[in-house]
Design a protein around this ligand. Structure first.
Ligand SMILES: O=P(O)(O)OC[C@H]1O[C@H](O)[C@H](O)[C@@H](O)[C@@H]1O
Length: 443
């Protein structure tokens, strides 16, 4: 079985002995569990430690929804991005418009848009649907509001008892209002281990349950993660691609490359990049430090921000996820009139054109002084996606430690929440409310 690999040709010269040493030291902190945030390292051994009972329960809960047309996955941040990343990478791009034998997973609670929820409710009216409500803390505002609205719709459509049967709560085993709700209402509940943070939770029910509902192979996903764990939980620089990636991106950062653009020529990886942005953004962006994680979808974006990438400020580097094989084959047909001048491509696979675009962009960007890191994966299958997720999880932990920040907290996310609660008049925020109202009057 081949593996995901890393190619650093255009940026290896940025690496110094000092960066390599820092990366080895950071790996040691992770492996010996003595770095900051070491009470949130449950993700590290999850692929090996996940109990058969727990996995069995995930599969049983997924089966509960078999007869539903839709299952709404309610959650925000780490509580939906991993599932959406994997499901989008594995799925048929046009599945919303095709007949399916499995339930279709929809997402809610990741924004506060009234139109979004109205339109979702409108779609679900009269349809058979279920809800998985995912929140580690159990009290995040966006998913809580979405659940209140969708739960009411479900009760109106099928009655209280059936609505309970069609709901699963994925939350903390200890505290939070979602847990209290599930206990009081006798709703099925599966826990997120306390020592696994939201953005590291793909290999818990947070990611596994929606992925299993869509019918994908969660055992293969975990196998990929396990195989990646064997080489990345190690201090051996030459064989540890997570450590190499962490080292080179820190070297690039020290050389003034403050923005990393995760790119791919596969639209199916668009949401993978969204998952990656949360993982790296929340883990590293603190204490006035951190690479800004951005993303681009090529070749689409070569026709928009491609200009900036080629000739704009040289503060960027690119990390390209290259996928070797497609799932389907499609040839470009010949055409007698050749009015579009495309006959030189007749009979050739579209993937050949896509790969040429990828090589062309890589060379052009290197020529334009953009360092390019390449991550190669054989196909978009569960096994390799499991590898890729785990590869990035280890990399961000090492990279964060190299930067001397705690990669496992996200204190900055609270700031907007406090202001929002104050503005909305949430009990307990009276003083903040007075301050913020005074401040707004002044503006
Ligand atoms: O799962 P929850 O507790 O609802 O949290 C959902 C998300 O929101 C928080 O504000 C954090 O920034 C994220 O790291 C987290 O994944």
């Amino acid at each position: 079985m081949s593996n995901i690999s890393l190619e650093l040709d255009s940026c290896r010269h940025y690496l110094t002995e000092e960066h390599i040493k820092k990366a080895v030291d950071a790996s040691r902190l992770l492996i010996e569990e003595v770095g900051e945030g070491n009470d949130f390292l449950g993700w590290k051994d999850l692929p090996f430690n996940i109990a058969e009972d727990y996995l069995g329960e995930v599969k049983r809960l997924a089966d509960k929804f078999k007869a539903c047309t839709y299952v709404v996955c309610i959650g925000i941040g780490g509580s939906y991005l991993g599932a959406k990343a994997i499901i989008s990478a594995l799925g048929d791009t046009f599945s919303p418009y095709k007949r399916r034998s499995r339930p279709f997973v929809l997402y809610a609670g990741n924004n506060l848009s009234e139109d979004y929820l109205y339109e979702l409710v409108d779609l679900l009216k009269g349809e058979s649907f279920g809800i998985i409500n995912i929140s580690k803390s159990g009290g995040t505002t966006e998913p809580a509001i979405a659940f209140r609205i969708l739960n009411q719709l479900l009760i109106d459509q099928v009655g209280e008892q059936k609505a309970r049967d069609l709901t699963v709560a994925v939350t903390s085993p200890i505290s939070g209002s979602l847990r209290q709700y599930a206990l009081k209402q006798n709703v099925s509940m599966i826990h997120i281990p306390e020592d696994v943070g939201g953005r590291f939770s793909v290999f818990t029910a947070v990611g596994l349950l929606p992925i299993a509902i869509e019918g994908y192979d969660i055992d293969r996903l975990l196998q990929g993660a396990r195989d990646m764990q064997k080489t990345t939980i190690s201090t051996h620089f030459e064989s540890n691609i997570s450590m190499q990636y962490a080292a080179v991106r820190n070297a690039l950062y020290d050389a003034g490359r403050k923005i990393e653009i995760l790119c791919s020529f596969r639209p199916k990886l668009r949401y993978f990049a969204e998952w990656w942005k949360q993982l790296f953004g929340e883990s590293e962006g603190k204490c006035g430090k951190g690479i800004f994680p951005a993303s681009a979808n090529f070749s689409t974006d070569l026709h928009s921000i491609g200009q900036w990438i080629q000739e704009g400020e040289r503060s960027i580097f690119e990390t390209v996820i290259s996928v070797d094989h497609t799932k389907h084959k499609l040839q470009i047909p010949s055409n007698d009139s050749n009015l579009d001048n495309l006959n030189y491509l007749s009979g050739r696979r579209l993937d050949e054109v896509n790969k040429s675009a990828e090589t062309a962009a890589k060379l052009a960007h290197i020529d334009g002084n953009v360092p390019v890191i390449q991550i190669k994966m054989p196909t978009l299958e569960e096994y390799y996606l499991g590898q890729l997720i785990y590869f990035f999880e280890v990399a961000v932990a090492i990279s964060g430690y190299m930067l001397d920040v705690n990669p496992f907290n996200q204190p900055g996310v609270e700031a907007y929440k406090v202001n929002m609660f104050a503005l909305l008049g949430k009990p307990g925020y009276e003083e903040e409310r007075n301050n913020i109202l005074r401040r707004l009057k002044r503006q």
